[in-house]
Design a protein around this ligand. Sequence first.
Ligand SMILES: [Zn+2]
Length: 298
Amino acid sequence: MKYIDKQQNIADGEGYTRDYIADSYDVASHSFIPSLQSEEAFNRFRNQQYVSHSPHADADFKSLLLREQEGRCCYCMRRISVDAKDSNIEHLIPKKSPVGDLPYYAKYSDLLNYHVSHSETFEGKRYANKKAVAQQVKLPHMVAYENLVASCMDSHHCNSARGNAKMPPLPIIPDIESKYFYSPSGMIVTEDVDSEYDKAIKTLELNYETLRNIRLLWKKAASSAYEVAQIVFLTETADKQVFLCTIFGKQSITDLHPKWQNFAPAGENASTYYWDLFVKYDWFYDYYRHHDKDGNRI
Ligand SMILES: [Zn+2]
């Protein structure tokens, strides 16, 4: 996992949010249309169905998130694209979080504490005009830039596994990288057993079997003579099999457990699903090159 420093893009990021809330405020009825607590509000924000007054560096909001996350899922570090099939926008304070849970999130992050309010609280106030709405310091959690990160669309882990579960806003906690480490067998581990950090691993299903296997392969790759650029550009099945045999120290692909053979199956119509997924996690090559078995930087 990697800390995401959202202070860097805060003016630009909040620009999207401020434009949206000002646009959706109806001065005559002193209400937001649609309600800031509705799914429709988030969809309109995400699809940029509002009048924008701010110049933005990125074509759309998700592109901004992906740029600040170096194109990776905020939880599992998979490479993701802006395509809706590949990534979505995750709420650190979940969309359906009760108002009373806000202090739980605020205690982990100054960013949330100082810049984000619950949409219900935000909507409960009266504002003189659209400009007054846009100038609020704390922004409603449904569309607040500070509360939004990009995550992968995998149906087994990350955002889809989490749903609206209460857990620490991991990617924006400044010392998050000291909370977790990855073991040589590919497990994500925290030393704070039974803590909220420990529970979050389970909530996000970050030790899902395929993820563990992929991280173990990267651990072995990082200990081999292969460079990461060589690995991600392997296209021929035979070359992928040589790679797998090399990192496991075996003569033939058939000497490997079937779960490893699946990463480079032979045959004309053989699936490249596992290999393609494996290369999207190339972040772990560098991680394992620079950390020992206990997660200490070397
Ligand atoms: Zn993910």
